[in-house]
Design a protein around this ligand. Structure first.
Ligand SMILES: C[S@@+](CC[C@H](N)C(=O)[O-])C[C@H]1O[C@@H](n2cnc3c(N)ncnc32)[C@H](O)[C@@H]1O
Length: 696
């Protein structure tokens, strides 16, 4: 045997040994080694470089193509687990291999001519570096459909079968692939490194598998080219097919991302610019990006916008990706980030933004998720492509958002505001107790649990046919006007005086079943959310006949100061559908001069109960909202309870008059074109338009 032959034998043996350490048997190394020796024209130095990185890559790629890009580890050969885990290790401390056939011409000098400075960032993609970090709590916030359960699952468990995190970065003439694969070995906590177990395929609700960040500098002429995680182009620098950016303005320095998908589990990010080729750009690890996004969410999202979508999370991740790359230089690229689903991947985004159809959620039987005594269902006759109204968080009781001042204390409830001497049921007593004082010594409720007809009629008359004297005016600057112009507030336009119900409460001696505790006991009738089909969106209907004066539900939402509401309205995105907030102004003038933190309202847009689905009807709605005092005699905070204004039949839509002045253009809350159908509809603009259309 010649010296040369002996040398080669030794090299082959060392290659086998190196691969054996990675758990790859000789029989798998042999054919691949043969092939790449040919590819490298028997230049062993390329094969031996970086602890046989090129060989290992080629073996794993061959394995990948054998597996047909399957991420299902059940289908993988038994030996696959070892090498996959080891591959991660390899990626941490190996340099990228440069394969001229596979990678095409370099956009920078070939590996051997490059300085270590150029290469180093590529190997800072060490996924496991973050594996020991304590797990951060993930906000349980209203989410876009399809993202919620999956996101939560992935955030809280890293042991889900086959959870993968892959970062593939072809750049500077080489390609670095860092993968964290094989399920249990991966402890990465990525918002989007998600996958549903293959045992439960749900094509209409696709899960998310690999997260791959691929620099789109090359179209790789390798078998992996067929994999969505590995495609891209570098204009004029590759032999490969050039891939056009979606928009001309997004070319150049901007970061364009494209999310592609195949099969049911893969998502890829493809950076289309030269970011990664910039030596100033220090590639952040995907773990760092994920953690940064998570921290930002946690820091900013005391309350998460229900229009929150995974797509936006992706966008944010891309921003963070480019920004973290410049942390040392505090530099940042100009340009927009564009995320576009690749052809065939649109289905992955369905339901992730407000406009797309959403998958059917689990709680159709009860949107209150058990918060109410009764179940509140969503009509099952809704088509599968309909958007479900679940982008809010169901709460059964009002909760202050931030600055609202509500003082609830036993000391505040005076003897004249409770009936501590009562017992059992106040309505059964021959004489009304102190708790009837608000309603002129007669309880507002009947023994049958309905609103007393006289009281109800008086409330309705005040609302429907208000006299001038029913309006009360703030003595000093009206909180509403102060919000609009604090320096020179206009004169108070008046607030309709409202009759209050006062219920017994904690300081009273009666029992919880006392007849003067209706609203606080919550919803008792059978209600359903349904699609109105009258351009009003969703609505609420009763599933049972309701007598006049029956308590239906309370308007529950976040308690906001008017300033908070105003800020929220101003800051809200145009496409966000807002529920109509309720001003708690029933007693503003008698309350004296209200501080800003005492001028309150309820907003059920993000947090609310079933009342957020009740549509408006001018004048003759079958519900009326009546202020109810329960925990505090301070009338700047109270409950707004809905009672039927007449007998209502099962399946009838429930409506109430929001009190909107449709021609008040200055009102901070913009009115919608009313489709209430009432003959007393106040939306004159729309009616006039409709009439003129008819005349044409
Ligand atoms: C409290 S929400 C009611 C539930 C809402 N329809 C939904 O789909 O979520 C109020 C919003 O519903 C719509 N809406 C309510 N009453 C309406 C009416 N009479 N005509 C047109 N749109 C109405 C408006 O978009 C309004 O901002």
């Amino acid at each position: 045997m010649s010296q040369e032959q002996q040398d080669i034998k030794m090299k082959v043996a060392m290659a086998y040994r190196a691969m054996q350490k990675l758990g790859v048997g000789k029989h798998r190394v042999k054919p691949v080694l043969r092939r790449i020796l040919d590819e490298y024209d028997h230049h062993w130095e390329h094969i031996e470089a970086e602890s046989y990185r090129a060989l290992a890559d080629a073996i794993f790629e061959a394995q990948d193509s054998q597996e047909g890009c399957s991420t299902d580890n059940n289908n993988a050969p038994p030996v696959a687990q070892g090498p996959r885990e080891k591959r991660l290790k390899l990626s941490e401390d190996a340099m990228p291999s440069y394969n001229p056939r596979r990678d095409g011409p370099p956009c920078q000098p070939p590996l051997e001519n490059r300085t270590p400075v150029e290469k180093k960032p590529l190997f800072e993609q060490s996924v496991p570096a973050a594996t020991n970090k304590p797990k951060k709590p993930v906000p349980t916030l209203p989410r876009a459909p399809g993202s919620s359960s999956k996101s939560r699952g992935a955030e809280t468990t890293n042991k889900s079968k086959g959870e993968d995190l892959a970062v593939a970065l072809p750049c500077t003439g080489g390609r670095s692939v860092v993968r964290c694969s094989g399920g249990t070995s991966c402890q990465s906590k990525s918002l989007i490194s998600l996958r549903e177990p293959k045992t439960e395929p749900k094509p209409e609700q696709p899960g998310f598998g690999h997260l791959a960040v691929v620099h789109q500098s090359y179209v790789l002429d390798s078998p992996t080219n067929s994999h969505p995680n590995f495609h891209g182009s570098c204009k004029g620098k590759t032999k490969g097919k050039e891939k056009k950016s979606p928009k001309p303005e997004d070319q150049g320095l901007s970061t364009n991302l494209e999310i592609a998908a195949t099969g049911e589990v893969n998502l890829s990010f493809i950076c289309q610019n030269e970011l990664l080729c910039d030596p100033k750009f220090q590639l952040p690890s995907i773990e760092a990006v994920c953690q940064d996004v998570e921290e930002r969410c946690l820091a900013s999202c005391k309350l998460l916008d229900p229009t929150f979508s995974l797509l936006n999370v992706f966008k944010e991740m891309c921003h963070r990706f480019s920004e973290l790359g410049y942390t040392s230089q505090q530099q940042r690229r100009n340009g927009n980030i564009n995320i576009a689903p690749a052809p065939g991947a649109q289905h992955l985004f369905d339901g992730l933004s407000g406009s797309s159809p959403t998958p059917r959620p689990h709680y159709l039987d009860d949107i209150s998720r058990g918060e109410e005594l009764v179940q509140i269902s969503i009509a099952s006759d809704v088509g599968s492509h309909e958007e479900y109204p679940f982008q809010f968080h169901y709460i059964a009781r009002n909760i202050p958002y931030q600055n609202a001042y509500i003082s609830i204390s036993l000391a505040r409830i005076g003897d004249d505001s409770c009936c501590s001497d009562c017992y059992d049921d106040c309505l059964q007593k021959p004489f009304a107790c102190a708790c009837a004082s608000e309603t002129a010594g007669v309880f507002a409720y009947t023994k049958e649990g309905l609103l007393r007809a006289e009281f109800l009629d008086a409330c309705m008359t005040m609302l429907r046919e208000p006299k001038l004297s029913d309006n009360i005016y703030c003595k000093e600057a009206c909180p509403l006007e102060r919000v609009k112009n604090d320096k020179q507030p206009e004169k108070c336009k008046g607030h309709l005086m409202r009759k209050f119900i006062k219920e017994c409460w904690a300081k009273c001696g009666c029992k919880r079943q006392c007849g003067n505790r209706i609203v606080q006991r919550g919803i008792t009738c059978s209600l359903q959310v349904f699609k109105t089909g009258e351009q009003k969106g969703w609505g609420l209907r009763t599933m049972e006949d309701l007598p006049k004066g029956k308590f239906v539900c309370e308007y529950v939402g976040e308690i906001l100061t008017n300033i908070e509401l105003y800020d929220r309205q101003m800051g809200s995105r145009g496409n966000a559908r807002h529920t109509y907030p309720v001003l708690l102004d029933a007693d503003w003038s008698t309350e004296g001069v209200l501080k800003d933190e005492e001028a309150l309202c309820l907003d059920a847009t993000y947090y609310g109960n079933v009342a957020r689905f009740i549509n408006h009807r001018c004048f003759d709605g079958n519900l009326i909202g009546i202020p109810v005092e329960i925990e505090t005699p301070d009338h700047h905070y109270y409950h707004l309870a809905f009672f039927t204004t007449r007998d209502v039949s099962a399946m009838e839509e429930l409506t109430w008059d929001y009190g909107i002045e449709f021609d008040d253009d200055k009102h901070p809350i913009k009115a919608f074109p009313c489709k209430c159908g009432s003959r007393y509809c106040r939306d004159r603009k729309r009616l006039t338009k409709a009439r003129s259309r008819k005349l044409l």
